[in-house]
Design a protein around this ligand. Structure first.
Ligand SMILES: Nc1nc2c(c(=O)[nH]1)N[C@H]1C(S)=C(S)[C@@H](COP(=O)(O)OP(=O)(O)OC[C@H]3O[C@@H](n4cnc5c(=O)[nH]c(N)nc54)[C@H](O)[C@@H]3O)O[C@H]1N2
Ligand SMILES: Nc1nc2c(c(=O)[nH]1)N[C@H]1C(S)=C(S)[C@@H](COP(=O)(O)OP(=O)(O)OC[C@H]3O[C@@H](n4cnc5c(=O)[nH]c(N)nc54)[C@H](O)[C@@H]3O)O[C@H]1N2
Ligand code: SF4
Ligand SMILES: [Mo]
Length: 748
């Protein structure tokens, strides 16, 4: 039996592209991974990370049982012992110091797992702490805030309709390396090639000639952190050259004239010295965007994790609106996910700052505080001080700016629990580690990424193998933690809790007048749900009451979990459709093009001094064989030339005496690292690039392979005092540094 291999299909959980994978299983091992040729969305595409899923699942360093700290050491423990220890530690802190004394940090894979999507909210609510932190404030929060103000919803984020567009302006993103973000499209490189093959154009704005820039029609280098000025100049040009043509959108937009007035001080000539892009180029970009029959502007990490991330993110969509490209085929469109729902065209709108952080007085954004202030809250004594931490799928000691400081702060906590498969830079400090099962043993549905997909699709995968007796389902782990912090004890019946969650969810849709099952008998609805677990029945409920759902029998061909199970390669729900005004949740029911909090920031921008010329700044980059901080333990991904190097412009290198293969010392306000130099023409002078997620040689880290390829952590350089004020997002790109040679020849 064990020798027989069988083929199963799953969706890759490792990045946002949601590629379909064909897994050949032998027993409970993944023997082979291929792209699933029949997947309705990815059509066989796969990248090196997806191809390594089998090795990742079988990694000998992956935890297969919980760890508990005894006499200072993290030792293997039973689940009962681990939950009991979590209960004792968390309860002690909550009883002595209150709920805010326990912080929750949610990392990136939270949005790639069902447990994260379905039950982390339950944990958050049960904990009732204001100290909630997530990787969003190291990433995309500016886009949520900008879209929150513009469209009224943090989830109304338009994506370029790449398969039908004629012109793409890409700023601060390298989809050839990242495979796309807030832009779910398997094989983005192939789709970009197709734009050009059908006569369209792709322009990339990036201080580095990235792989995407190399494959584009045009690369426009820019000074890091200054896209805001380039975009203000472009908007200015649209107005002054009379290129503003919102078309059919006009009746849905408020504030066009306010934007015109706001950008008046930012003529191309005046912004050119600030961003390092000449006025003629700024004009050309504006004219090209306006002239293309169908076009879209798109910005990512290089436009969000920067000093003016929210204003920059806002400007990207201002361009889409003013050129009439928002919400039309081939422009920037709002996907309609199977687990989403149609709106009413207005809503309560968006605000930040409903409460503020204790130490730095920073506003809450989307219910969380900026990750850059977690260390402050741990280190600063007084009422409300953070004394315990729960991490879920996160590695903040690696991924947050001024990482050394946060790492030290975490080591002083009274208590810490981590839900994580590895003992890494962060979890080495934990008192209890609760490991989730490997991917092939988990059910999967992308609750988040279909919100950003360039085609409406849905795909569900059942676990490829049953859960072995020694593992616990991740949903159960999260719910048990929720029960613990709710005061229900370490042995609460989590099945009952999950059923309770489901009952409440049914009641919510049933009481919602906009729901297709409004007023139907909740008990009957609940009894009709299918799935192997309460989590799967939750998903079934969302699918069936969603925009393509069967509405419990009312729509004969409608979607349900059963339909997705019968279609292991996914279900194609068609190209993106216009959604304005239904998608809007602003109070006015209009696109609020000139929200006051953003306008205020823009007014401040005209006062910003010119950057000093000789200063170096550091930016990040991604590589196809790396995934944030946690896949460097997979041998095939780290073999070959080291990936963690500092990339330096050749003119700068000559002047400073830096050579390829030599060692450089890079210093910032907060710290210093030494790493191997790579000299190239492909980066703007004054800019150096270092990838994040490295530095695995810390004491106690149990990553055998990653330790051999340790690299250094660039977040020892990034500065926790720098943030985008409207979103609280860290500045990870454009941080001032000095660079000097340590040695000038390889190996010395
Ligand atoms: N300087 C600099 N810093 C950066 C960035 C940058 O560009 N430059 N990028 C930022 C961005 S965009 C992001 S998203 C953050 C990421 O920051 P984090 O989310 O803090 O860190 P990750 O490296 O994604 O670590 C993910 C953790 O989840 C664990 N994990 C993996 N799979 C699972 C699972 O299925 N369940 C559970 N429970 N755990 C799992 C891993 O072992 C790892 O510990 O880093 C940010 N930091
Ligand atoms: N292989 C791989 N794929 C990944 C990840 C990974 O670690 N590895 N991480 C995933 C995650 S969590 C995310 S958030 C996404 C991110 O997806 P992307 O945003 O596509 O990420 P990057 O590849 O880092 O590309 C960012 C680009 O911005 C440029 N840049 C830096 N500063 C500036 C600036 O000020 N202005 C402009 N215009 N450009 C700038 C950098 O040089 C870089 O080329 O990738 C996801 N996909
Ligand atoms: S592109 Fe992303 S989703 Fe596709 S195989 Fe690679 S890691 Fe997985
Ligand atoms: Mo990210």
């Amino acid at each position: 039996m064990i020798d027989e291999s069988r083929v199963v299909y799953t969706t890759c959980p490792l990045c946002e592209a949601t590629c379909g994978l064909e897994l050949t299983m032998r027993g409970d091992q993944v023997e082979k991974v291929r792209g699933d040729d029949a997947d309705v969305f990815s059509r066989g595409f796969i990248c090196p990370k997806g191809a390594s899923l089998g090795q990742l699942d079988a990694d000998p360093d992956r935890l297969r049982s919980p760890r508990v700290r005894r006499d200072g050491k993290l030792v293997p423990a039973t689940w009962a012992e681990a939950f009991s220890a979590a209960h004792t530690g968390l309860t002690r802190v909550i009883e002595a110091h209150g709920r805010d004394a326990v912080a929750l940090y949610l990392g990136n894979p939270t949005v790639h797992t069902l447990a994260g999507g379905l039950y982390v909210g339950t944990l958050r609510k049960a904990l009732g702490s204001r100290n909630v932190y997530t990787a969003s404030t190291l990433d995309q929060m500016p886009k949520h805030v900008a879209c929150g103000y513009l469209f009224g919803s943090v989830l109304a984020i338009p994506v370029p309709d790449i398969d039908r567009t004629d012109f793409l302006l890409i700023l601060g993103a390298d989809p050839h390396s990242s495979n796309g973000s807030l832009w779910t499209a398997p094989d983005l490189p192939g789709r970009l090639r197709a734009v050009r093959a059908r006569g369209g154009r792709v322009v990339v704005v990036d201080p580095r000639r990235s792989r995407t820039a190399k494959a584009a029609d045009r690369h426009v280098p820019i000074r890091p952190g200054t896209d805001v000025f380039l975009l203000l100049g472009m908007v200015h040009e649209l107005f002054s050259a009379d290129l503003v043509t919102p078309g059919g959108l006009a009746e849905h937009v408020n504030g066009v004239d306010d934007v015109r007035a706001l950008v008046a001080p930012f003529a191309p000539e005046s912004v050119a010295p600030r961003c390092g892009v000449d006025a003629a180029t700024i004009r050309e970009l504006a004219h090209e965007l306006a002239a293309a029959p169908r076009a879209a502007a798109y910005g990512r990490i290089g436009t969000t994790t920067v000093e003016y991330g929210t204003v920059t993110s806002w400007l990207v969509d201002v361009l889409n609106v003013l050129t009439g490209n928002l919400d039309r085929a081939g422009g920037a469109m709002f996907p309609m996910p199977a687990n989403g729902h149609r709106g009413r065209g207005n809503g309560p709108g968006f605000q930040i700052g409903r409460w503020r952080s204790r130490v730095r007085d920073l506003p809450e954004v989307a219910g969380e505080f900026p990750a850059v202030t977690l260390a402050d809250e741990i280190e600063t004594a007084g009422e409300g001080q953070v004394r315990a931490l729960i991490t879920f799928a996160g590695n903040p000691a690696s991924s947050v700016p001024n990482a050394d400081r946060l790492d030290r702060a975490i080591s002083t906590l009274d208590f810490m629990v981590s839900v994580d498969p590895y003992v890494n830079e962060t979890t080495r400090h934990a008192d209890v580690i609760l490991p989730p099962p490997p991917h092939s043993q988990q059910a999967h549905f992308d609750l988040s990424f279909y919100y950003f997909a360039v085609r409406n699709v849905a795909n569900f995968s059942s676990p490829a193998t049953p859960l072995p007796a020694e593992m616990r389902d991740e949903c159960e782990i999260v719910l048990r933690l929720a029960a613990i912090v709710a005061g229900l004890g370490a042995e609460a019946g989590v099945d009952a809790l999950a059923e309770d969650e489901l009952r409440q969810a049914v009641q919510r849709v049933n009481a919602d007048t906009a729901s297709p099952v409004f007023g139907r008998d909740p008990e009957v609805l609940r009894s009709e749900l299918t799935g192997d677990s309460a989590a799967e029945r939750q998903l079934d409920l969302r699918l069936r009451t969603g925009p393509y759902g069967d509405w419990f029998g009312e729509v004969p061909q409608g979607l349900s979990l059963a339909v997705l199970r019968a279609n292991p390669h996914g279900v194609d729900l068609g190209p993106l459709q216009p959604r304005i005004p239904e998608v809007l949740r602003t109070r006015s029911g209009l696109i609020e093009l000139c929200p006051e909090p953003i306008a205020e920031e823009v007014r401040r921008l005209s006062q910003v001094p010119l950057p000093r010329d000789h200063e170096f700044v550091v930016v990040g980059r991604r590589h196809l064989r790396s995934n944030n901080s946690w896949m460097h333990n997979v041998p095939t991904l780290v073999k070959g030339k080291p990936l963690c190097t500092v990339v330096v412009n050749s003119t700068d290198a000559r002047r400073l005496g830096l050579v390829s293969g030599g060692l450089a010392r890079v210093t910032s306000r907060v710290g210093q690292v030494e790493l191997t130099v790579e000299v190239t023409e492909d980066i703007a002078p004054g800019v150096v690039s270092i990838p994040h997620g490295w530095g695995h040689d810390l004491p106690g880290v149990e990553l055998t392979v990653a330790r051999e390829h340790a690299g250094v952590n660039t977040n020892r350089l990034t500065d926790d005092l720098r943030l985008d004020p409207l979103s609280g997002t860290a500045v990870l790109n454009g941080v001032p540094v000095d660079i000097e040679p340590v040695s000038t020849s390889e190996g010395t």
